[in-house]
Write a protein that binds this ligand. Structure first.
Ligand SMILES: Cc1cc2nc3c(=O)[nH]c(=O)nc-3n(C[C@H](O)[C@H](O)[C@H](O)COP(=O)(O)O)c2cc1C
Length: 186
């Protein structure tokens, strides 16, 4: 698959086969992803990999509860209240792998750099039949001190991106987008 095809066909994938994403597969994707440009050459990224079924399921429940209990603190999630109240809704779509990308706040560019890494992972994964979905809901928990401490994330690292990942079960047709707006083109 060439890069154009990967970009054209990538979609957010929310349905996965039982086949696990292996350590080798994930290491290959991360090694490729960190070829991303990096402000001031600081490479301010760090990763947490979650692959324990029970832990991922528990985290999904904790995130749903925390957001619903403090909905006023999460105006960005208000439109999804009915999803969160659905007992069958799983924040990570039952993915077997969740990759959490943290950025070092010592770099003023860490959010950009880590977002580029996340984008690279999603495109490279597409080439391997591995589907990803960025999970914004995870922001409710993965920046918490107790979660970070439990996963050895240093205090100066801040959550940037969470990707649920798994071998794609149901491919999604290529996306359509609104026409781009050019504010000026002289
Ligand atoms: C910052 C960000 C946060 C997102 N959060 C979620 C999420 O919590 N749950 C989810 O199912 N999809 C989430 N998505 C995926 C978007 O819904 C998806 O990218 C969008 O609908 C466009 O679809 P596509 O990725 O298939 O082209 C998120 C995407 C981004 C970039």
């Amino acid at each position: 698959m060439d890069i154009t095809q990967a970009i054209e066909t990538r979609r957010s994938i929310r349905s996965y086969t039982e086949e696990p994403v292996t350590k080798a597969e994930l290491e290959k994707l991360v090694d490729l992803a960190i070829k991303a440009p990096t402000g001031s050459g600081m490479e301010p990224w760090g990763f947490v990999v979650l692959q324990d079924r029970q832990e991922i399921d528990e985290l999904s429940e904790r995130i749903k509860k925390k957001v619903l209990d403090h909905l006023e603190e999460y105006p960005q999630f208000a439109q999804y209240e009915s999803w969160l109240r659905n007992e069958h809704y799983h924040i990570f779509n039952k993915a077997g792998t969740v990759l959490v990308i943290y950025g070092d706040e010592h770099s003023p560019w860490h959010v950009y750099d880590c977002s580029l890494v996340a984008g690279n992972i999603m495109l490279a994964a597409q080439n391997d039949g591995i589907g990803c979905c960025w999970i914004g809901f995870a922001e409710a928990l993965f920046n918490d001190e107790d979660f970070k401490a439990a996963h050895h994330v240093p205090g100066n690292f801040h959550l940037v991106a969470t990707l649920s990942m798994g071998h794609t079960k149901v491919p999604v047709p290529p996306c359509t987008r609104k026409a781009p707006v050019f504010f000026s083109w002289k």
